[in-house]
Design a protein around this ligand. Structure first.
Ligand code: MLT
Ligand code: ZN
Length: 463
């Protein structure tokens, strides 16, 4: 907790109504969507501008107090948790969108702009912001940048990194850095923008960004396909991608469907249940593309890769198919799942999946294990559900005991132990699965340059 003199000096920087010390606010802003760590924030502060953020960072350096940057708190790795008496710096009141440049197709966003607000701003101007995920209604641009958020359209548009033309950050030592100035071309030395993207608040706070927009997508067709065997999924991917442009290629297991149907009180989308489902969105601007969808679908049926499917006949039906995929995470939140967010390169995915199925069946015989994710990006979300009778700590411990085999497989296949959710607190001790000791040592060196007193998001990403 803050001492009286620390509080007095903080109150000299921010008005009293933007420093919150009450238990309810500290609990709410001291955690993200992970529920594994007890929040213990010393205070929550709400700066309204870059100078105030800078003043808070300078204060934290002088006082030796840790800072946790905070956006929509929708993260899944504990990256926004304040568990050690840190001050949470919420950027939610810095939520202005301005500086729209129609020629450059960029727009300036403060860090607290909600993702859906940027998407809506783009649509209002006949353009498109393509990074999208189930938490678009509450996640914020600053958090998206700090975690390099991915989502459901990475296969077509890439991750948040692709859409940041420039950003302003306050480094851990309190300097205001203008990174890349919104330029399309700028080879004048190191590009610090890319260091801040995905740094999980460990180098400084992203306070503003210039975001790229693009053309509205063409008309699309949404399909849900049922697969008897997961082993055939990349053949289906290859068949559709060879003929058409994919906007999304997602998958989920029948167990995931069972949970989402129960949570949404919805009915199954197909007459017969199968072990796996693929949700595709394809660009179908012209009739020949619509015909190609049917041709490839028929070919997949003939090959036996797919045994049933539905093509959405309306926007509403497309939305309800998407709800089945996007609703999985919320449906299983009450089970406090142990989350794996892993990836390998696409060409190695079939062999990886076959081996992983064996490992999970052997190591998790007593738990429900759900498969879903962005398989078109090589990214699997393997979620192990906690039975109601298990205590959270015991369950986490049990999972950590055996999950080493999953990580060993990821390492063997040169994959990532965190494909899109970041490292945060929960995955910190597994960073070495994907990054070499030399790389981790260099990461520490980079952190020391930007945050010499280690006040930025202490304990996240690096121990
Ligand atoms: C998703 O793809 O649904 C999200 O990354 C959330 C999750 O993995 O639970
Ligand atoms: Zn995901």
């Amino acid at each position: 907790m803050l001492t009286a003199s620390q509080l007095t000096s903080l109150q000299a920087i921010l008005p009293a109504d933007r420093i919150h010390l009450d238990a309810e606010t500290c609990e709410r802003y001291g955690q993200d969507w992970t529920r594994y760590t007890t929040p213990r924030a010393a205070a929550i502060v709400f700066p309204m501008g870059i100078e105030e953020v800078q003043a808070v960072v300078r204060w934290a350096n002088a006082q030796g107090v840790g800072i946790v940057p905070s956006g929509g708190r929708t993260g899944l790795s504990g990256g926004a948790v304040a568990a050690q008496g840190e001050v949470v710096v919420s950027l939610e009141r810095m939520n202005r969108i301005d500086g729209f440049d129609p020629l450059a197709r960029t727009v300036r966003c403060q860090a607290g702009v909600i993702t859906a607000a940027l998407q809506q701003f783009a649509a209002d101007h006949g353009l498109y912001y393509p990074v999208d995920f189930a938490s678009s209604g509450s996640s914020q641009i600053g958090g998206n940048i700090a975690t390099n958020a991915g989502g459901i359209r990475v296969v077509r548009y890439g991750m948040t990194r692709e859409w940041v033309a420039g950003l302003t950050a306050v480094s851990g030592s309190g300097e205001v850095l203008e990174c890349n100035l919104g330029l399309a071309k700028n080879n004048a030395g190191y590009d610090f923008r890319h260091l801040f993207i995905g740094s999980e608040g460990t180098l400084g706070l992203v306070v503003e960004a210039t975001m790229r927009l693009t053309d509205l997508p063409p008309a699309t067709t949404v399909l849900l396909l049922a697969l008897p065997r997961l082993a055939d999924i990349m053949a289906v991917f290859h068949a559709f991608r060879s003929a058409l442009t994919l906007q999304a290629f997602e998958f989920f297991s029948d167990l995931a469907l069972t949970h989402v149907l129960a949570a949404q009180q919805a009915t199954a989308p197909l007459a017969e249940r199968q072990p796996f489902y693929v949700l595709l969105e394809l660009e179908t601007a012209v009739q020949s593309q619509e015909e190609a969808v049917l041709q490839v679908f028929s070919a997949c049926l003939e090959q036996g890769w797919v045994c049933d499917g539905v093509i959405a006949q309306s926007q509403q039906q497309a939305k309800s198919l998407w709800r089945l995929r996007e609703g999985i995470s919320a449906a299983i939140t009450p089970y406090t799942p142990y989350k794996n967010d892993i990836s390998v390169v696409l060409s190695r995915l079939p062999q990886f999946v076959a081996r992983l199925q064996g490992v999970l069946a052997r190591d998790y015989p007593d738990f429900e294990v759900l498969w879903y994710g962005h398989i078109g990006d090589g990214n699997l979300h393997i979620n192990v559900l906690k039975p109601a009778s298990w205590a959270l700590e015991d369950f986490r411990h049990a999972c950590e005991q055996v999950n080493g085999q999953v990580f060993a497989l990821v390492a063997e296949f040169a994959g990532s132990m965190s494909a899109e959710h970041g490292v945060g607190l929960l995955k910190r001790d597994y960073l070495g699965v994907t990054r070499s000791a030399e790389e981790i040592a260099l990461m520490r060196g980079v952190k020391a340059v930007f945050d010499p007193n280690c006040i930025m998001n202490p304990g996240k990403l690096l121990a």
